[in-house]
Design a protein around this ligand. Structure first.
Ligand code: SF4
Length: 380
């Protein structure tokens, strides 16, 4: 049996416009994030939206959870013009109606938005402003009848066979039901997510959903925890689906509040896409793990960390390989924009696989590389 090339060809989906971006239909996979501020605090929210956008975030979601949050939207919209915003709505369809003029997309959670009448009201408002809707199904808040059918918890209490727990099928049933409701109202500018904190369950749910419809999918592992845990769960869950060719936009969820922590969601999102060769963005450092062969006086890990730190804010793609000796060095450097390889008592620097400098003293490597990168940036 022939082993297919990976990533698999992208799943063919409908296209849905979100602000300036088209999601789906083979368009670039867009990286999203969400603010952790109180939306009613417009200044803090504007600051975080800008920090996320500066880090490369392409679509920013913010909760619209109270009338005060909805009232802050005009000011937030004005101060963040050009950045696509998504109103995240739970429980209260009225807030979606208030938010619509100031955002580029509405996300609703079908498990808590109420009856079909509420969905119809949101659809009418979305049509009025030509907005798409994301149906964001979450394992933690499914519709009660689906929870009862498939088992699981409601408000923390077991409501259906204790041994069952929700299944991927439950998430998909919720998604398909809501697609059908939207279609009944003639609405097809829909993006879907079926998130869970359980990675195998989430992967299965998205795979099932991908077979059952052709709407673009928003990928994410929800409640993924703090940075390290989230990076692992998100990389496995989102990465597995992207390798299948599934996924049109993504969000990495990290438990964090401060701007400088929140931007890690964006960096990790791009790193996942970068690792799969689906998009290139910012700095990518390839470095060997080092071993007893590392040339004396060269510190691969320190140099790699330092390059990452110096170029952390970069958005233009740049791949740098840092290798501790010449065993694998030239081979790895061949695929990088720049390669730094320890070779005895000094380093060699390669550009796109070609040796451009040798005998660079180890203590000068970072500075010299910085000059070379700046020169290339100036050229382009
Ligand atoms: S490149 Fe050299 S130093 Fe680095 S892990 Fe391989 S053999 Fe060891």
């Amino acid at each position: 049996m022939a082993i297919p090339l990976l990533p698999a060809p992208r799943r063919k989906t409908r296209q849905v416009k979100v602000g300036p971006f088209v999601i789906g239909g083979g368009e670039p996979i867009r990286v999203q994030s969400m603010t952790a501020t109180d939306t009613a605090d417009a200044a803090a929210t504007i600051s975080q939206i800008r920090a996320l956008a500066d880090a490369g975030c392409e679509i920013v979601r913010l909760t619209v959870n109270t009338p005060a949050a909805a009232q802050a939207l005009p000011e937030i919209r004005k101060a963040t013009a050009g950045i696509p915003l998504v109103a995240d709505i739970h429980f209260n369809a009225r807030l979606a109606i208030e938010a619509a003029p100031y955002v580029d997309k509405i996300r609703i959670n079908p498990g808590n938005i109420g009856d079909e009448e509420n969905i119809r009201a949101v659809v009418e408002r979305a049509n009025e402003f030509d907005l798409p809707i994301r149906v964001g199904v979450n394992q933690g808040s499914l519709e009660r009848d689906i929870a009862l059918k498939f088992g699981g918890r409601e408000n923390g209490n077991l409501i259906s066979p204790p041994e069952a727990g929700y299944s991927a099928e439950a998430l998909v049933e919720s998604a398909l039901r809501n697609i059908e409701i939207l279609e009944r109202h003639g609405f097809t500018r829909t993006i879907i997510s079926v998130k869970s904190s359980n990675v195998p369950l989430m992967v299965r749910a998205y795979r099932l959903l991908a077979e059952a419809c052709d709407y673009p999918l928003h990928l994410g592992v929800t409640e993924a925890g703090v940075k390290d845990n989230s990076n692992i769960k998100s990389s496995i869950g989102i990465g597995a689906l992207l390798l299948d060719g599934i996924g049109d936009t993504l969000r990495v969820s990290i438990a964090a509040r401060a701007n400088d922590e929140k931007v890690e969601e964006v960096r990790t999102g791009f790193k996942i896409l970068q690792a799969l060769g689906l998009r290139r963005f910012g700095i990518e450092v390839i470095s060997c793990p080092t071993c007893g062969r590392e040339s004396q006086g060269f510190n691969t890990a320190k140099i790699a960390r330092e390059i990452e730190r110096i170029h952390a804010g970069r958005t233009k793609p740049l791949r740098v390989a840092v290798m501790g000796c010449i065993v694998n060095g030239p081979g790895e450097a061949a695929d990088a924009d720049f390669g730094v390889i320890a070779a005895g008592k000094a380093a060699r620097i390669y550009r796109k696989g070609e040796l451009i400098e040798s005998q660079v003293p180890y203590e000068n490597v970072i500075a010299r590389l910085g000059e070379l990168i700046a020169a290339v940036d100036d050229e382009s």
